[in-house]
Design a protein around this ligand. Structure first.
Ligand SMILES: [Zn+2]
Length: 208
């Protein structure tokens, strides 16, 4: 497993180098790819049994390595109560299948911090697409939450990320190389070293 891109919606050219989010399915037929599966907060309706049934099937497969993206969005999707129910249901799946979580969080970090303290997950939680400033980044890290940064991240946060907590993503952006090069410039580190660090971190996140 050599995952560098921890969150994308596009199959990478080289299978196994990115964790591809497929929602609640179906799984693409292409061989050799690695996936995460989850019910996005925008798609929660409160009548989601079919989605959870699909998720259970997907999560039992060896090439589905994480639950997500799931989480909280105060700007879009159903009520906070429904979003929280859906999140807790998926947290239970994460613990049951021993697969970590990838979170979509828009303006609701407090809820994630509260639930992380309340639920004491044994599997790691990673908030994708983090755009906040270093202070918020350090605060979330201190709560044992992981973050991945993409094309629209705060360059100071990218610069200050501890090496063992560095995760990069493309999400819907087409080019991982572009993000990798940007991170190399901001952190003054050669691409090979950065890629090695990324693979080390994603392997630890997904398989420990
Ligand atoms: Zn996404």
């Amino acid at each position: 497993m050599k995952i560098k891109d921890i969150h994308t919606h596009v199959l990478p050219q080289e299978p196994g180098t990115a964790l591809v989010c497929i929602g609640c399915g179906p799984m693409p037929k292409a061989q050799g790819h690695l996936f995460s599966a989850g019910l996005h907060p925008w798609d929660v309706t409160g009548h989601d049994q079919e989605a959870y049934d699909n998720l259970e099937k997907l999560l039992s497969l060896p090439n589905v390595l994480a639950v997500g993206e799931c989480g909280f969005d105060t700007l879009r999707g159903p009520s906070h109560e429904l979003q929280e129910q859906a999140f807790v249901r998926q947290y239970e799946l994460s613990e049951q299948f021993k697969k970590p979580m990838i979170l979509h969080v828009v303006r609701d970090f407090d809820t994630v911090i509260r639930l992380h303290k309340q639920l004491h997950p044994t599997m790691p939680w990673l908030i994708h697409g983090f755009r906040g400033a270093p202070q918020q980044m350090h605060q979330l890290h201190s709560q044992n939450l992981l973050l991945s940064l993409g094309p629209n991240c705060n360059p100071q946060s990218l610069h200050q990320l501890p090496p063992d907590k560095l995760f990069l993503e493309t999400d819907t952006h087409p080019s991982f190389a572009q993000i990798l090069n940007y991170a190399c410039t901001v952190r003054s580190i050669p691409p090979d070293d950065l890629e090695q660090q990324l693979v080390k971190n994603t392997t630890r996140f997904l398989l420990e």
